[in-house]
Design a protein around this ligand. Structure first.
Ligand SMILES: Cc1cc2nc3c(=O)[nH]c(=O)nc-3n(C[C@H](O)[C@H](O)[C@H](O)COP(=O)(O)O)c2cc1C
Length: 221
């Protein structure tokens, strides 16, 4: 697989086979991702790799909180407070595209809620990584974290794994920090559900569209 096809083929995976991911594989993903660039080589990433019994506890704790409607308390606001076009339209299309693939109708409120709650069980993935960053760093470090995240996604894909980056799993960061023994100094940016993709999972049949280059780039010649 060359790099271009890895980038173009990768997509978020939300349905996994009942097949464990080895510690060696998880470690080798990080061995590669650590070569991501970062401003002044700060390497702001801190990763908690979660599998086995600890992961089972994390899934059940987050599902319990979200299922009970406990208000979320993320370390940062992922989305804008006020939505505007074209972003609100893209967001709606993204949500409906996924629900449609899963056979959940727009008016099916309980179905939509179930689909959302599956986030907190990491879509039943066998493994996860939780991405943290020191909270005293500047905005540039967020770019570094984004690059690191993409490196994980691409490396995992090259290993035949599927990943879904999940801001939702950072909705209750205090609980995650407590369970994993992480200091409050580190903010939780997102979790990543990782496993072998289930080719028959309806959610995996869906592919998000992209803008054409001419819609987001201007060439000055
Ligand atoms: C930082 C980040 C956070 C995300 N959080 C979630 C999430 O909480 N739940 C989810 O189902 N997908 C989540 N996604 C996946 C996006 O919906 C997905 O990347 C986007 O629709 C593009 O689709 P693709 O990844 O299949 O190319 C997240 C993606 C990123 C990059």
């Amino acid at each position: 697989m060359n790099l271009v096809s890895v980038i173009e083929d990768r997509k978020s995976i939300r349905g996994f086979l009942d097949r464990a991911v080895s510690r060696e594989t998880m470690e080798s993903i990080l061995q590669t991702a650590r070569w991501s660039p970062s401003g002044a080589n700060l390497q702001p990433w801190r990763v908690e790799v979660v599998m086995g019994a600890t992961f089972a506890r994390l899934k059940s704790r987050l599902t319990e909180l979200a299922g009970a409607g406990v208000p979320v308390n993320p370390d940062y606001r992922f989305h804008p407070e006020i939505w505007k076009e074209p972003f609100s339209g893209r967001r709606r299309a993204c949500g409906f595209g996924l629900l449609n693939a899963m056979g959940v109708g727009r008016d099916d409120a309980p179905g939509r809620r179930q689909a959302w709650l599956a986030n907190y069980a990491f879509f039943d993935a066998p493994a996860a990584m939780m991405l943290f960053m020191d909270r005293d760093l500047g905005k540039g470090a967020w770019m570094d974290m984004g690059m690191f995240l993409q490196s994980i996604l691409l490396t995992a894909h090259a290993h035949g794994l599927g990943v879904c980056p999940q801001a939702a799993t950072a909705d209750y960061p205090d609980v995650v920090r407590e369970l994993l023994g992480v200091d409050r100094q580190f903010m939780l940016l997102a979790g990543l559900a990782i496993g072998y993709p289930d080719p028959n999972a309806p959610a995996n049949a869906w592919r998000t569209p992209r803008l054409a280059v001419a819609e987001f780039a201007t060439f000055h010649e």
